[in-house]
Design a protein around this ligand. Structure first.
Ligand SMILES: [Zn+2]
Length: 85
Protein backbone atom coordinates (compact mmCIF):
# COMPACT_ATOMS: atom_id res chain seq x y z
CA UNK A 1 0.00 0.00 0.00
CA UNK A 2 1.29 3.39 -0.96
CA UNK A 3 0.25 6.76 0.36
CA UNK A 4 0.37 9.69 -2.04
CA UNK A 5 2.93 11.50 0.07
CA UNK A 6 5.18 10.51 2.88
CA UNK A 7 3.87 12.05 6.01
CA UNK A 8 6.16 10.37 8.45
CA UNK A 9 5.62 13.05 11.02
CA UNK A 10 4.10 16.17 9.65
CA UNK A 11 4.20 19.02 12.10
CA UNK A 12 1.34 21.49 12.21
CA UNK A 13 1.46 25.16 11.25
CA UNK A 14 1.61 26.34 14.83
CA UNK A 15 4.49 24.05 15.58
CA UNK A 16 6.25 25.18 12.45
CA UNK A 17 6.07 28.83 13.48
CA UNK A 18 7.28 27.99 16.95
CA UNK A 19 10.06 25.97 15.46
CA UNK A 20 10.97 28.90 13.24
CA UNK A 21 11.55 31.18 16.21
CA UNK A 22 13.48 28.50 18.02
CA UNK A 23 15.45 28.00 14.84
CA UNK A 24 16.34 31.69 14.68
CA UNK A 25 17.39 31.62 18.31
CA UNK A 26 19.59 28.65 17.63
CA UNK A 27 17.53 26.61 20.03
CA UNK A 28 16.85 23.77 17.62
CA UNK A 29 19.62 21.29 17.80
CA UNK A 30 17.81 18.12 16.93
CA UNK A 31 18.43 17.49 13.21
CA UNK A 32 15.09 15.73 13.01
CA UNK A 33 13.27 18.83 14.24
CA UNK A 34 15.16 20.96 11.75
CA UNK A 35 14.12 18.64 8.96
CA UNK A 36 10.51 18.61 10.07
CA UNK A 37 10.48 22.38 10.12
CA UNK A 38 12.12 22.67 6.72
CA UNK A 39 9.81 20.07 5.28
CA UNK A 40 6.81 22.01 6.51
CA UNK A 41 8.06 25.33 5.18
CA UNK A 42 8.68 23.79 1.77
CA UNK A 43 5.15 22.51 1.54
CA UNK A 44 3.13 25.16 3.30
CA UNK A 45 3.14 28.51 1.59
CA UNK A 46 0.73 29.97 4.12
CA UNK A 47 3.28 29.42 6.86
CA UNK A 48 5.98 30.83 4.69
CA UNK A 49 4.11 34.11 4.21
CA UNK A 50 2.60 34.19 7.67
CA UNK A 51 5.98 33.94 9.29
CA UNK A 52 7.32 36.70 7.08
CA UNK A 53 10.25 34.37 7.02
CA UNK A 54 12.36 36.37 4.68
CA UNK A 55 11.80 39.65 6.49
CA UNK A 56 12.55 38.15 9.87
CA UNK A 57 15.62 36.47 8.57
CA UNK A 58 17.07 39.61 7.04
CA UNK A 59 16.29 41.55 10.21
CA UNK A 60 18.12 38.98 12.22
CA UNK A 61 21.08 39.08 9.93
CA UNK A 62 21.18 42.89 9.85
CA UNK A 63 21.10 42.65 13.60
CA UNK A 64 23.91 40.20 13.57
CA UNK A 65 25.65 41.67 16.59
CA UNK A 66 22.77 40.37 18.65
CA UNK A 67 21.74 37.37 16.66
CA UNK A 68 22.15 34.00 18.18
CA UNK A 69 21.37 32.14 15.02
CA UNK A 70 24.26 29.84 14.32
CA UNK A 71 25.82 30.38 10.92
CA UNK A 72 25.01 26.83 9.93
CA UNK A 73 21.31 27.45 10.52
CA UNK A 74 21.39 30.84 8.78
CA UNK A 75 22.86 29.18 5.72
CA UNK A 76 20.35 26.35 5.83
CA UNK A 77 17.53 28.84 6.12
CA UNK A 78 18.84 30.90 3.20
CA UNK A 79 19.03 27.79 1.07
CA UNK A 80 15.52 26.89 2.10
CA UNK A 81 14.25 30.35 1.08
CA UNK A 82 15.98 30.02 -2.28
CA UNK A 83 14.26 26.70 -2.82
CA UNK A 84 10.84 28.06 -1.98
CA UNK A 85 11.02 31.15 -4.16
ZN1 LIG B 1 1.96 25.60 7.71
Amino acid sequence: MKTKETHQHDIGCLQAIEAFYAYLDGEIEDPKSIEEFEHHMRHCRSCYSRAGVEKLLSQRIADSAKTKTPEMLQNRLRNLMDEIE
